[in-house]
Design a protein around this ligand. Structure first.
Ligand code: 5AD
Ligand code: SF4
Length: 489
């Protein structure tokens, strides 16, 4: 009688940015070759990976409290006669290294983002020996050694897929750990990106999201042996049959070149939405942050983007309470928010990251002041986001359906402007791009109704995902009067 061994189970929990979500998928893919299958719960896992984020304080602290809870899970597995191998990956792993095992002995393996292709070996060693640490920046290209997802894995991950095209950052903003945890900029070559995109589309993916810490600084080798720009890559990807939508994130204002801005006007598949972090509206603070651009330069980039694609929805990141930030500096940030009218934005209290220049500044802003400024900034951001969303009510938008919705019978998808839309629709719409009449706004999402092509409410479109010229004032375009009144730059 032969005994077949049950497949070993893997649970990966992701924190932080989209790069980590992508990395978690690659980790699952590379371990799948060793017979690991993903499980939806940590309770029956043989290997548990926490893919961590180090960008802000709370993110790392959350990891340590999660590791505390995992001690109990590991003890329970041991009582059941199983060994649970706990791995910490991501930027906390890179930044803290062995310190993690010292502080949390429950951890068997610490692995930095550049070593994921070595996971099968590392996990095998950790399962036997425990206490394995690999935070090297190896010479080999990890992408060459990472496994491609199977078509089934791709299908289970939905109609919008991430593709990492670039990693690392050479900008060295004075508050940021990324250049230290993710290392120097690296761009993947065009052929490798194309092959990955073609596989994804063949498995049913409709929307490709190119990701990188500094994605618009991408400069990869083309098939012609020349260095291509991100704009050129986007034009090429737009030609791939089946690529209905393209997005890219996260971009730096300094790297928004003319060709990339023009691509937003030229390529219907390039969605009218861009995340362009500015961090502050004050020239003095932008300078202290080593952002390499001023307020006027940022506003000019947005003006040019809007000239190329008038309905483009802008989003951004802000830091409040950077060392030395005065009330006037903060007022400049609020004015910039009003001038642009962001469709959405993230805002954070400055958190000193060990090893970064700003952490040593003796000009730190008090916690109370940071909290107070954050609340005021978030109120301004919410105001503009609500106005942006309200402006889409009554319109018809193309929605890419991604998953089941909040309530029974609902499906949820994304508008071209990256808004979540809840719609009463059968599960069969999953993976489809369909016209939806936006009927109202809710908490964090819009409500809409499928436009049925029965003659009563035909969708009017002038191209993929474009709104009709007959539509009223475009969302995301601030009233010029508001811009003039609050610009002040
Ligand atoms: N403190 C607060 N926010 C930070 N971010 C990056 N580093 C810090 C820090 N030390 C924010 C920036 C960045 C986003 C990903 O995280 O706004 O754009
Ligand atoms: Fe960090 Fe600045 Fe690089 Fe963005 S551009 S990853 S904020 S150093």
């Amino acid at each position: 009688m032969s005994v077949t061994r049950a497949p070993r189970k893997l649970y990966v929990k992701s924190y932080g940015c989209q790069m980590n979500v992508y990395d978690s998928q690659r980790m699952a893919d590379v371990l799948a070759r060793d017979g690991y299958v993903e499980t939806a719960t940590p309770d029956d896992a043989d290997v548990l990976v926490l893919n961590t984020c180090h960008i802000r304080e709370k993110a790392a602290e959350k990891v340590y409290s999660e590791l505390g809870r995992l001690r109990v899970l590991k003890q329970k597995a041991a009582r059941d006669g199983r060994r649970l191998t706990v791995a910490v990956a991501g930027c906390v792993a890179q930044a803290e290294g062995e310190e993690i095992i010292r502080r949390a002995p429950v951890v068997d393996l610490v692995v930095g983002p550049q070593s994921y292709h070595r996971l099968p070996d590392l996990v095998a060693r950790a399962a036997v020996e425990g206490r394995v640490v690999d935070t090297d920046f190896p010479a080999e290209d990890k992408f060459d050694h990472l496994a491609a997802p199977t078509a089934a894995a791709t299908r289970s991950r939905g109609a919008a897929a991430f593709v990492t095209v670039q990693e690392g950052c050479d900008k060295f903003c004075t508050f940021c750990v990324v250049p230290y945890t993710r290392g120097a900029e690296f761009s993947r070559p065009v052929q490798k990106i194309l092959a990955e995109v073609e596989d994804l589309v063949a498995a049913g993916v409709k929307e490709i999201r190119l990701i990188g810490q500094n994605v618009n600084a991408w400069h990869g080798e083309g098939p012609d042996g020349r260095t291509w720009t991100l704009a050129r890559l986007l034009y090429r990807l737009a030609e791939v049959p089946g690529v209905a939508r393209l997005r890219y994130t996260t971009s730096h204002p300094r790297d928004m070149d003319d060709a990339l801005i023009a691509a937003h006007g030229d390529l219907p598949a390039l969605m009218p939405q861009l995340h362009l972090p500015v961090q502050s509206g004050s020239d003095r603070i932008l300078d202290a942050m080593n952002r390499k651009h001023g307020r006027a330069e940022y506003l000019r980039v947005i003006e040019r983007l809007k000239a190329a694609r008038p309905d483009i929805a802008m989003s951004s990141d802000f830091i409040v309470g950077f060392p030395g930030e005065t009330e006037q500096d903060f007022a400049d940030t609020l004015a910039l928010v009003d001038a642009v009218g962001f469709a959405s934005a993230y805002s954070f209290k400055y958190s000193p990251r060990p090893g970064t220049p700003a952490a040593d500044s003796d000009d730190q802003v008090s916690e109370a002041e940071k909290a107070e400024r954050l609340a005021r900034l978030q109120a301004r951001i919410d105001h503009h986001a609500a106005a942006f969303n309200a402006a889409t009510v009554g319109r018809t938008a193309q929605v890419l359906f991604e998953s089941a919705g909040r309530h029974d019978g609902q499906m949820t998808g994304k508008s071209p402007w990256m808004q979540a839309v809840q719609v009463m629709a059968p599960p069969s719409v999953k993976g489809e791009i369909l016209p939806v009449r936006i009927t109202g706004t809710g908490t964090n999402s819009l409500h809409g109704a499928l436009v049925v092509a029965n003659g009563t409410a035909p969708p009017r479109h002038d191209g993929p995902d474009r709104i009709t010229p007959a539509d009223p004032a475009l969302p995301g375009v601030p009233d010029p009067a508001v811009r003039a009144a609050s610009g002040g730059h």
